[in-house]
Design a protein around this ligand. Sequence first.
Ligand code: OSB
Ligand code: MG
Length: 369
Amino acid sequence: MKVNGFELRRVSMPLKAPFRTSFGVEHERDVLLVRAETADAEGWGECVAMSEPLYSSEYVDGAAEVIRRFLLPALASQVSLDPRHVARVLEPFKGHRMAKAAVETALLDVWLRERGESFGSFLGAVRDRVPAGVSVGIMDSVPQLLDAVAEYVEQGYVRIKLKIAPGWDVEPVRAVRERFGSDLLLQVDANAAYTLADAVTLARLDDFDLLLIEQPLAEDDLRQHAELARLLRTPVCLDESIESAKDAADAIALGACRVVNIKPGRVGGYLEARRIHDVCVAHGVAVWCGGMLESGLGRAANIALAALPGFTLPGDTSASDRYYAEDITEPFRLDADGCVTVPSGPGLGVQPVRDILDARTTSSDWLPL
Ligand code: OSB
Ligand code: MG
C-alpha cells in the first residue's frame, strides 16, 4: 500500500461530567488522531494517551512527539506499507504502545477501506452486537453515586463498573449492591491504588459477589497480584499490567489474574489485542474490552474487537452519550437490550462528521511520507 502521508490532528472533547479515578480527574479529552492518506482513501487511528502520564507512562504530547519524530520516519523507509507488518518495523522503539497503536490503526483502517472489509470481519468477530457496560467514576457522596448508577441501569447498561480507591471502596459497593440487588452485574476498578497490605480491606469486597476486581495493585506487581488472588474470592482482573500477549501468558502462568481487560491502545494495537485474546482463550481466561473514553472513531474499532468469541464479559464499550454531548462521528447508541451494534462498513465503518471534527480541532499537522 502506498501512503501519501499522515495528518496528526488534536481534538478537544469536553466530557459531559468529570470522570474521577484513583489517579486523577478528567474534565476533557485531548484526543490525538492519526489520519493516513492514500490516493484512494483515508484511515483513522485514535491515540488513547491521556493528557498526563498518570494511568501509564504515556501522555498525549509525548505520543505526538514520538509519532512525528521516530515512528513515521521509520515507516517512510519502507517501500510499501502493509499494516500487518507495521508493529515489526516499529519494534526497535521501546514502549510507546499507545502511539504505535494509533499509527497501526490508521493504516489498518485505510487498508481495510480499500479492500472493502470491516474491522470486525478482519479481526474475526462472531457477533453483530455486543453487550455494553459502563464505568462509573468516583463521586463526592454515596447518594450521588446511587443516582448516577440508577440512570445507567435505567438506560439499559448490562454491567456497572465502579471506580474505587482507598476510602471509597466497601461502602459505595455495599450501597450499590443493596440498592440494585443481587442480579446486577457489578465489578470494581482500583487503577493500581492499593498494596498487598490492603488485602484485608479488599477481601471485604468478597461479600458483594463482584464479577471481578480490576488492577488492585501496581502495574509491575504481578507476583503480588498472584498472592492477592489467593487471598480473595473475587476474581482478579488485570488492566495496566498487561501490555502484550507475553505479559498475559506470564500473568496467567503466575496465577496473577483470572480475567483480562484488553485495551487495544494500551497493548500497541488491535493485532496485539487479538493475540492477547487468543492466549487467554487458550487458557480459559475470560476477557473483556476496556475503554479510554474514546471518541466514536476509537469506539468503533473497540466494539469490533469486543465481538470476538473470547469476549465473554461486557466491556466498557458504552454509547457516545455516556461521555460526550456531541461525538465526532455519528453517535453510537445503546439498544433497548443494552447492546451496541458492531459497525459493518469498510474499515472502522464510521467516519468523522467533518463540521464537528473541524470545530473541535485545536491543531493539525500534515506529514508527507
Ligand atoms: O482503567 O479502565 C480504566 C478510563 C480512562 C483510563 C482508564 C480507565 C478508564 C475507564 C473508562 O474505566 C472506560 C471507558 O468507558 O472508556
Ligand atoms: Mg482499568
